[in-house]
Design a protein around this ligand. Sequence first.
Ligand SMILES: Cc1cc2nc3c(=O)[nH]c(=O)nc-3n(C[C@H](O)[C@H](O)[C@H](O)COP(=O)(O)OP(=O)(O)OC[C@H]3O[C@@H](n4cnc5c(N)ncnc54)[C@H](O)[C@@H]3O)c2cc1C
Length: 307
Amino acid sequence: MHALVIGAGVSGLSAALRLREAGHAVEIWTRDPPAETVSAVAAAIWYPYRADPPDRVLRWGAVSLRTFVRLADDPATGVVMRDGLEVFREPVPDPWWKAAVPGFRRAEASELPPGMADGFALRLPVVDMSVYLGWLRRRVEAEGVAITQRAIAGLGETRGAADVVVNCTGLAARRVADDPEVYGVRGQIQVVRAPGVTRFLIDDAGPTYVIPRVSDVVLGGTADERVDDATLDPTTAAALRRRCEALVPALEGAEVVADRVGIRPCRSAVRLEAETIDGVRVVHNYGHGGSGVTLSWGCAEEVVALV
Ligand SMILES: Cc1cc2nc3c(=O)[nH]c(=O)nc-3n(C[C@H](O)[C@H](O)[C@H](O)COP(=O)(O)OP(=O)(O)OC[C@H]3O[C@@H](n4cnc5c(N)ncnc54)[C@H](O)[C@@H]3O)c2cc1C
């Protein structure tokens, strides 16, 4: 079939690659180049956050985790495996996503930072999106997939352009697919140089996280409900920096590389299903919230099955 993918964030590029590998003719239209998408701002650790429903998220997440573990063997991808902790101020039960994470264990009391009562010890993929999106783009283009910079106003506009359209427009699905259920949750991060920090730490409260990538460390974060304004806020940057330094004192004095803001494409549930709109056969793949990277390969494989 001839598949037209709309969007070149992590959802669109991953779906395009798997469709091509399944033997379809594929092209991509995108409003923004990959490096200017929300995906480029992601922290990006494998972790199910702000995405539903749990059963599908668990399945997509497990597929993606296995794929990222393999990709971590190739330095060109920007994917590394990191050890670290998620910590809590009160005792907590095992997380619902435990089954997706090989080697999951409860942290020993001696491993926890001061003031923390409980924790999970995890080994997870961390993806440097500034490297990974470029690698993914090259992989897709090497398979003969053309990426055209073109914005559509609605999916009806694609009539006649392909046998099937795969809608990977993230937050913009609100307009493109006329879906009022999509809403933004603003996230701000700071990238620093801190070569001594090699373990990740996630504190559910805040949320506060310290995520060492290949050559720098991402500090976060924020989750401002239904805020679509991606303007950088210096006060927020200073506050999240303070929270991270309190959690990991080794960050004190670390040089700032960049401050970034992105709007997570949230929805009551990820929309991954087929429908026909104005005679156009569409497979939707959007609304991944704070988990677009975490779910990318599992969702891409389900897109292929639906196509
Ligand atoms: C601060 C922050 C930290 C995050 N950390 C993590 C993390 O650690 N792990 C994780 O898994 N996720 C994380 N996320 C979430 C992740 O970034 C998103 O879930 C993911 O990027 C969504 O990807 P997407 O491809 O669906 O959408 P996007 O990356 O937004 O891509 C949408 C694409 O659609 C295109 N498009 C939009 N409108 C049109 C149009 N009208 N016509 C044509 N093309 C159009 C855009 O140009 C773009 O190419 C984080 C997000 C933020 C903001």
